[in-house]
Design a protein around this ligand. Structure first.
Ligand code: ADP
Length: 365
């Protein structure tokens, strides 16, 4: 049972500000994922939580304890690393029990019992007598997870634990981590640069950039209501289209098309704010954000009305479950995710529709 609070947390390395004043509460039993590009401060945040780095300023609380300056071994958190950090000369069992034995807080019987339980949970009984060199990457990571579980920590801190696994195994282990979390309900903070991993694993996802929190929300709210352009472009694959427009009288205008925006105060029926922020009625420049699946070929969606425009197909990419159509209008280029097997050729003219409730507007850079 552990809640973790970060208050105005800051970490500088010489002149690099790695973590720039983070405020965040991680709820008891929550699976929270921190995602962001390389160098944005994810690992440093996790290492601060583990006590492997000392904060330059701010506070870390675990339940009612201030642990900002507490030694790592007294924080009762278990870290899982990308490179597994196993001892090569020890068997799986020794790797799992080593930390418990050296802590001296457990009897031999307790240790045996916990290893048995972890082996059952992770299906690793047949790995216990093998050394890491005789294990696959996935098996090594299971042993590393076993080592974390047996300590029954207040929190798991996971730093890109699946990054060294091949794509198929990564997807399998993702599902396994979700199952493990449902079973153990231990507060978990998980760091990754992979937005798909973040979206599939996180109950809440923190998007970080340049040492700061850009948005903290459930995966679906992040996807549907990105609060800023960074989140809008980082979350989602294929990425959201961004088109420079002029907004006037409730319409986004670009050379070659006009797209009506929903009226101010329109309720899109989801938590958060309306995707289109209220602005003065004056003409102003903006960036229109539209996900590829929120543009439609007009013949596929007649119910979206007559607010259509004409675009030219540049290239098509069959993705199997959809057809990604790269197209252009004047100097604006964008992608449409259309039904699979749609017959289109380069140079075709298409009529494009969009759902006003699924449009986003951002300030120009
Ligand atoms: P991420 O995990 O998101 O890739 P990091 O937390 O590892 O990012 O790094 C954030 C920033 O802090 C980067 O600019 C990185 O170079 C810098 N940094 C991290 N650790 C150190 C260190 N020990 N010494 C100096 N700079 C560091």
């Amino acid at each position: 049972m552990t809640t973790i609070q970060l208050q105005n947390l800051r970490k500088e390395f010489d002149d690099v500000v790695a973590v720039d004043g983070i405020d965040l509460t991680i709820e008891d039993g929550e699976f929270l994922v921190i995602v962001g590009p390389s160098g944005c401060g994810k690992s440093t945040t996790l290492r601060l939580l583990a006590g492997l780095e000392q904060a330059t300023a701010g506070r870390i609380g675990m339940d009612d304890r201030d642990v900002t300056s507490t030694e790592p071994k007294n924080r009762n958190v278990a870290m899982v690393f990308q490179n597994y950090a196993l001892y090569p000369h020890m068997t799986g069992r020794r790797n799992i029990t080593f930390g418990m034995k050296s802590a001296g807080a457990f009897t031999d019987d307790e240790i045996d019992q916990r290893v048995e339980e972890a082996a059952k949970t992770l299906d690793i009984a047949d790995l216990l007598d093998r050394k890491p060199e005789a294990m696959s990457g996935g098996e090594r990571q299971r042993i590393a997870l076993g080592r974390a579980i047996v300590r029954d920590p207040d929190a798991f801190l996971m730093d890109e634990p699946l990054s060294n696994l091949d794509a198929k195994l990564r997807i399998q282990m993702r599902a396994e981590l979700t199952r493990l979390h449902a079973e153990l309900e231990t507060t978990t903070v998980y760091v990754t640069h992979d937005q798909t991993e973040a979206m599939t694993l996180g109950e809440r996802v923190v998007v970080m950039n340049d040492g700061r929190l850009m948005q903290v929300d459930s995966p679906q709210v992040l996807y549907d209501f990105p609060e800023n352009r960074f989140v809008a472009e980082f979350i989602g694959d294929p990425a959201m289209n961004m088109i420079d427009v002029t907004v006037e009288d409730g319409t986004a205008i670009h050379d070659g098309f006009e797209i009506p925006l929903p009226g101010a105060g329109t309720d899109a029926g989801t938590p958060g704010t309306d995707p289109i922020p209220e602005r003065s009625g004056d003409r102003h420049d903006a960036v229109l954000g539209v996900r590829p699946e929120d543009f439609y070929l007009a013949q596929e969606s007649p119910d979206l009305g007559d607010a259509t425009f004409t675009a030219t197909v540049d290239v098509t990419e069959p993705l199997g479950d959809s057809l990604l159509v790269h197209c252009s209008v004047g100097d604006a280029v964008f992608k449409i995710q259309a039904e699979p097997r749609t017959e289109l050729q380069s140079g075709d003219e298409i009529t494009v529709a969009s759902d006003p409730e699924r449009l986003h507007l951002f300030d120009p850079e």
